[in-house]
Unconditional design. Structure first.
Length: 266
């Protein structure tokens, strides 16, 4: 389905959200799918992953994501090509004030509208792409609310560490609340285990808890998991590209190829 909108979401930091977003985009690009990445994380790590300086990127576009959200600017003028089949909707430091600007202007942004700003932006351009992938911040607030209204599917990275199950349950509760009130089409496509070390009893034990919880909740957990490895960070640091594009025959890239198939993307 053209223009399928998928968010990579977790309220826990350091679980490979950006790495997963960019490597999935890379795999889709390799099979000639046109991908838009919407960077909703103020840190602009997606741009960094593709070797771009977020501050200099602003000079290459007429507008930013903030301008499209708040001022109704044409989002096509906030796009930058970062690879053959991958465009990035550029974000910048203006997003720091997004929530204040929206919440303090009730006339321009009444309650229902303030959660649909991102959806309106994506609707204008999504048919130019096979997939729209949203990289998300960790905090749940107005930005995350906009993401949950805009997307159809969610992929949830899950690192099997202490308190991880509690964090996952909180995330899913918020998701279910939004589904019932704001976006009935919202669904969890899958939970993807990340930074997994199968040699540890802790990780094996938490993975068993995850499987039981997911089965009871009727949520898919992928068989494919992302192991603890330096490959992905090294690719960004040295090649300035996600591993799936920099070294498509590498072990890590092959893992994402398998994940792509299991998620039924492409």
């Amino acid at each position: 389905m053209p223009g399928e909108v998928i968010a990579v979401i977790s309220n826990k930091g350091g679980v490979l959200k950006t790495s997963m977003t960019t490597n999935l985009a890379g795999q889709l690009s390799l099979i000639d799918k046109k991908v838009l990445i919407v960077d909703m994380d103020i840190q602009s790590d997606v741009a960094v992953t593709f070797g771009q300086n977020p501050d200099l990127l602003e000079e290459d576009v007429e507008f930013s994501l903030y301008d499209a959200l708040i001022k109704g600017a044409d989002p096509k003028k906030a796009l930058v090509s970062v690879d053959k089949n991958i465009d990035l909707l550029v974000t910048n430091d203006d997003m720091l004030s997004f929530e204040f600007d929206v919440l303090l202007d009730a006339r321009q942004f009444p309650t229902q509208k303030r959660f649909s700003l991102l959806k309106e932006v994506i609707e204008k351009i999504k048919m130019d792409y096979d997939y729209v992938l949203i990289d998300t911040p960790t905090s749940f607030g107005l930005i995350q609310g906009n993401i949950l209204v805009a997307c159809q599917d969610m992929i949830i990275p899950f690192q099997p560490e202490k308190y991880a199950m509690r964090s996952l349950q909180k995330t899913l509760k918020i998701v279910n609340d939004f589904k019932s009130q704001m976006n009935p089409e919202l669904r969890v496509r899958a939970i993807v285990p990340t930074l997994v070390n199968q040699r540890t009893l802790l990780h094996r034990g938490i993975m068993e808890l995850l499987q039981d919880y997911a089965m009871n909740s009727k949520i898919k957990v992928t068989r494919t998991f992302i192991p603890t490895t330096i490959e992905f960070a090294s690719s960004v640091g040295f090649d300035q590209r996600p591993l799936s594009l920099a070294a498509p025959t590498s072990k890590g890239a092959k893992i994402y190829n398998e994940l792509l198939k299991e998620l039924k993307l492409g």
